[in-house]
Ligand binder design. Structure first.
Ligand SMILES: Cc1ncc(COP(=O)(O)O)c(C=O)c1O
Length: 452
């Protein structure tokens, strides 16, 4: 007998009308138990969640929070969306798992058909399902090397692509992510990401003509890296962990041109920016560019661990049986989650991300006008970053301020997370309403004022 999908809320308190001090006694006890048995991780604040619904979560002590973090840009349909719960319950009663690289199953085929259908129609696509974003990137760079017969890969400073050896070799957002793990994959080179607020070569857009990207051809290809031996350029269409950095218009098109001139594959890592978050299915669509390979995860499963490498069919088809595989690839629960998320994103969530995202961005611009320590405000849909600085004249990053604001917001009932040097990101569930944005920003502003 299947439990009916529960949609009632535990209590009706407002985020900052908390039921107990934060962290409460139950949360503190669980944090202590966690520390005894869990390998050190890096939890940002002592939140121990008991339940979630939509954009709200309640901790084990009954405190309510507004979740504008969504499990780090994961919960596209919010916590416990009734349609997700129903789809997963239904699948659980049929079968749970049939190793998808060894056996056929219909949920996997349906999820792949759906995923292919939301890719640009100008190309045919094929899917390899993974368990995470890291593995989607890993599969992408393996395929790129395999089909081109070339070894080198170009990535970008401040990028985050995961923590396995291949993906970690591309990750370049914080030194502690790499410290102690060398040597990494040979053949990976990094170059400047077009970050106009902190131009790496001290120019100004649009007069610069995105000269930072010209360095690929004018410097890398002329010195260390013959283009004929480059398999792929890997880019996040919006840098996530690096600070929610949106490249200027034309950057992705420029990269596409460079790739085409030299027979290099363009891999877009859409793990954080994809699946409707920016108001389009994929962030690369804002520039009308079509990559050769796309890595997806996070929002794709709406909270169920799943990722995908999506490659042009003519590339994916070059793999022979056994070239790549994974026991959990195409897991049936993961695949019904993908199907349901993509349906919801197409039906309503992508539109909501564009509309409520524009509202969030507008309100944050107004906040920036009142607070000089907000140096930059960047956003596309519901992928929004607020960069804190010490002084508008120097633009020196203010990492302690960003951290304090995040912690203070938590104590007041708002979940946000930092990224980059000093940015607080907003990546809420795509079901968020304007009223919830108002509620969240009231707490955010109060938190900033308490920290200044
Ligand atoms: C752009 C990007 N790629 C890859 C990853 C790695 O994904 P996962 O943590 O699911 O392995 C992340 C995670 O934050 C990401 O933001």
């Amino acid at each position: 007998m299947i439990a009916s999908v529960e949609t009632t809320k535990p209590n009706e308190t407002k985020p900052n009308e908390t039921a107990a001090p934060i962290p409460g006694s139950k949360a503190r006890a669980l944090v202590e138990r966690d520390q005894r048995v869990m390998a050190p991780a890096g939890r940002v604040y002592p939140l121990v969640v008991e339940r979630g619904l939509g954009c709200e979560v309640w901790d084990v002590d009954g405190n309510r929070y507004l979740d504008m973090n969504a499990g780090i840009a994961v919960l596209a349909a919010g916590h416990s969306h009734p349609r997700m719960v129903q789809a997963l319950q239904d699948q659980l009663t049929r079968f749970t798992h049939m190793a998808g690289t060894d056996f056929y199953n219909e949920p996997m085929i349906r999820a792949a058909e759906k995923l292919v259908s939301v890719m640009p129609a100008e190309q045919s696509w094929q899917i390899f399902f993974t368990n995470s974003g890291t593995e989607a990137v890993e599969a992408s760079i393996k395929l790129a090397r395999y089909v081109t017969g070339r070894q080198n890969i170009i990535g970008f400073y401040s990028a985050f692509h995961g923590r396995s050896y291949g993906s970690l070799s591309l990750t370049a957002s914080k030194p502690h992510q790499r410290r102690g793990f060398f040597p990494l994959l040979p053949g990976v080179q990094h170059t400047f990401y077009p970050n106009c607020y902190r131009c790496p070569i001290n120019l100004r857009y649009p007069d610069c003509s995105i000269a930072c990207l010209d360095m690929i051809e004018k410097t890398l290809f002329q010195t260390t890296t013959p283009p004929s031996e480059v398999a792929a350029i890997v880019i996040e269409p919006i840098q996530g962990e690096g600070g929610y950095i949106i490249p200027p218009d034309g950057a992705l098109r420029r990269l596409r041109e460079i790739c085409d001139r030299h027979g290099i594959l363009l891999i877009c890592d859409e793990v954080q920016s994809g699946v409707g978050r920016t108001g389009k299915m994929w962030a690369f669509e804002h520039e009308g560019v079509i990559p050769d390979i796309v890595a997806s995860a996070k929002g794709l499963g709406g909270g169920i661990p799943v990722g995908a490498m999506i490659a042009r069919q003519e590339l994916a088809q070059r793999w022979v049986p056994g070239s790549h595989g994974s026991t959990y690839s195409g897991n049936s629960l993961a695949c019904v989650a993908v199907l349901e998320v993509l349906s919801l994103v197409e039906e309503t969530l992508m539109r909501n991300a564009a509309e409520v995202g524009a509202y969030l961005i507008e309100r944050l611009h107004a906040l920036q006008a009142r607070i000089p320590q907000i140096g930059a405000m960047r956003g596309r849909g519901l992928m929004v970053g607020v960069e804190f600085i010490k002084d508008p004249a120097t633009r020196e990053p203010a990492p302690h301020l960003a951290l304090s604001v995040m912690e203070e917001a938590f104590r007041r009932g708002l979940l946000v997370l930092t990224c980059g040097a000093s940015t607080v990101r907003f990546c809420p569930p795509l079901v968020i309403t304007k009223a919830e944005v108002d509620e969240g920003l009231e707490i955010f502003e109060a938190a900033i004022n308490a920290c200044l």
